[in-house]
Design a protein around this ligand. Structure first.
Ligand code: ADP
Length: 218
């Protein structure tokens, strides 16, 4: 059976989620209060509906409760985003993901029970900044306020050495959780594994430790 999603707000962010879900063969009910936006998605989404989701009666009449996962991608209008999330929670939607505009908005969303809060602009900004600092940083993902996962390309300072020789855990407090090599992924690599130039290392640690490692090694 196909997975079924609802996307509310068809701006750049919500719109790209709709396109990708459809591309990945899911069913998507796409909603926006702006009829021009909805027209754009009429031939893309499974259903495209003009509705103001801050109206509880409207949400109920659309049967949104029956969908597995709803994403609220309402941008600028923080009040509408909060109100919509609150009502989705009230009608018993199982999984709700909401795009936050800022940290204050994110806090409110978590408090009222959003299951996932995403900050696409902020997160992409952080990723791009790390990639600008070093071309060897490929990706950066915040796990919490203090911990992150980073994907790095092994350079000359790392290649040719085994994990035990590098001793990154003792020196920097960082763990290498996996190595990507030529399409394969080696999970929990052994201490005697040798790193090759171009290997992609997935490392995990505190932000302070990762920063130290980034400055010294990358
Ligand atoms: P982005 O930064 O992703 O482009 P926008 O702010 O441009 O975000 O898009 C948000 C979309 O959410 C707009 O198309 C807007 O019409 C829609 N929207 C805003 N408020 C509501 C609401 N109460 N109900 C439904 N859609 C809404």
């Amino acid at each position: 059976m196909k997975k079924e999603f609802v996307v509310i707000g068809l701006g750049r962010f919500g719109g790209s989620i709709v396109r990708e879900l459809i591309e990945q063969d899911a069913d998507v009910m796409a909603i926006d209060k702006d009829s021009e936006r909805v027209d754009e998605f009429a031939s893309i989404a499974t259903q495209a509906i003009v509705a103001d989701t801050t109206d509880e009666a409207v949400l109920k009449s659309l049967g949104i409760r029956n969908f597995e996962h709803v994403i609220v991608a309402i941008g600028e209008n923080i009040q509408a985003s909060i109100l919509t999330t609150l009502m989705l929670k009230d009608i018993g939607v199982k999984e709700i993901t909401v795009k936050a505009q800022n940290d204050y908005h994110a806090k409110v969303l978590s408090k009222i029970g959003a299951d996932h809060v995403v900050h696409p602009e902020r997160d992409m900004g952080i990723r791009i900044a790390h990639n600008m600092l070093s071309n060897n940083v490929l990706d950066y993902l915040e796990l919490s306020d203090e911990h992150s996962i980073m994907e790095i390309r092994a350079n000359e300072k790392l290649a040719g050495y085994t994990l035990i020789q590098l001793d990154i855990r003792a020196k920097y407090g960082i763990n290498i959780v996996a190595i990507k090599r030529e399409g394969d992924i080696i999970v929990s690599p052994q201490a005697d594994m040798q790193i090759l130039l171009g290997d992609i290392l997935i490392i995990i640690g505190s932000d302070a430790d990762i920063n130290r490692f980034e400055k010294k090694v990358l």
